[in-house]
Design a protein around this ligand. Structure first.
Ligand code: SF4
Ligand code: SF4
Length: 103
């Protein structure tokens, strides 16, 4: 069964469409889910303070720090950033603010 064939379980799903034992055969992958919905805190990129050192890029567990064609960091992917704050801690130039999510 491919990832695309996996269905969200609901009362309409037939038993034959469920994997044996209800096992999820693939590791959870944040790419498939909008983990940004979980966020209670939000990083704010302060472009004018950013030195483009890219230290924040490899530490993001959700690859939510986007890099453009020229290799420069741009704004966050807020669909997937879950607000863990690791990038905020790692930035040596205080170029990322961390504020409460405005829901
Ligand atoms: S760590 Fe800070 S200064 Fe470096 S690229 Fe990221 S936001 Fe910019
Ligand atoms: S707050 Fe966490 S998930 Fe969001 S961009 Fe920073 S490191 Fe990535």
């Amino acid at each position: 069964m491919s990832k695309k064939e996996l269905k969200t379980v609901s009362p309409d799903v037939k038993w034959k469409d469920i994997t044996p034992g209800g096992v999820i055969p693939y590791a959870g992958n944040a790419e498939l889910f909008k983990t940004g919905d979980w966020r209670s805190m939000k990083p704010i990129w302060l472009k004018e303070k950013c030195k483009q050192c890219l230290l924040c890029y490899p530490v993001c567990p959700d690859t939510s720090i986007l890099i453009d064609q020229e290799g420069k960091r741009v704004d966050f992917d807020f669909d997937h950033c879950k607000g863990c704050g690791v990038c905020v801690k790692v930035c040596p130039f205080k170029a990322i603010d961390f504020v409460e999510e405005d829901k």
